[in-house]
Design a protein around this ligand. Sequence first.
Ligand SMILES: *Cc1c(COP(=O)(O)O)cnc(C)c1O
Length: 384
Amino acid sequence: MPVFLPFALPDISEDEVSEVVDSLRSGWLTTGPKTKQFENDFAAYLGDGVETISVNSATSGLHLALDAIGIKPDDEIITSPFTFAATAEIIRYFDAHPVFVDIDPQTLNIDPNKIESAITSKTKAIIPVHFAGLACDMVHIHKIAQKHHLMIIEDAAHAFQSTYHDSLIGQLNSDITVFSFYATKTITTGEGGMIVTKNPKIAERCKIMRFHGISKDIFDRYVSKKPSWFYEIVAPGYKYNMPDIAAAIGIHQLKRANKMLNKRQSMASKYDQGLKDLPLILPPHPPKEDVHSWHLYVIQLTNEAKINRDRFVEMMMEKGIGCGVHYIPLHIHPYWRDKYQLKPNDFPHSLDAYQRIVSLPIYTKMSEEDQTRVIETIKSIWNI
Ligand SMILES: *Cc1c(COP(=O)(O)O)cnc(C)c1O
């Protein structure tokens, strides 16, 4: 059996290692100077006009985002079923309801043409998910949101470094954008996330709620001239702050982010070339001026493939190559199915994509040989 090639691995350099060690030696482990620096560096990366609020996960960030826009019980929020658990579970934290809208089978992103018919008098927001790192049709989504007075929270867990109409995701005029730094995402802090907004009121609320509803955060308490023991609780908040140990990793991940993106981009081209004559649908690309983050490289088996997805993943595994399936659509999971009496065919494009999709390994720790091996292994399935 050849050496196992995992589906994903973080790319941690000595710089991250020494920065974490520096945090440990400094005695400052929780939110402090490094978290501040990471927030500032991240804001600088995105460019003018954004506020950045670091949190301990994108899930926390999305939760705080819904709190900040004032979601109430029985409100409705439109999103895609073709996403990770986090995107929809946070809606239920408020006893509000996700209203799923099927994907466009070409992009695997929410189909904007189907959004308007899902809007009711209870609809408050749309959460578009930039699947795999391909930006959603945001002009269309913004138009609908404007017309119906809806808020937009972008789930950008896959889309750090992606662009739309030449602007980085995080710079569009959505109310809030949330990034993830989970271990497998485009940059990582182990666990972590970033809330991005241009609205100072939203930023203020997120800052308060990420730390127990206390009106100044621990770092402010550390640097402020008021007595360090004094604080005021203004709301029943959460414990969602990012520790310095995590931010220490993020600071150096961010410095290497463009280099890592370049590598993923060339890996995507190599897959495009190497897999083009097989019974596969290759992932869609954005228009030429735009950037795909290539967080995921998702292929789909066509009917001509003669084997199904489960068998494909199994055969890759037998050859020592880890693959993923992103995602099992939410509406076929027991909780969502039973809660809203959803049928598999309610979202036929999500269901059809689910049956065909395989995520191939695409990460910067892979060597040229690793990727060649993935391509050759796939070809061997059809004796090519
Ligand atoms: C990873 C992910 C999240 C959650 O991110 P965490 O940082 O793990 O909380 C949310 N949405 C999508 C689409 C994701 O892939």
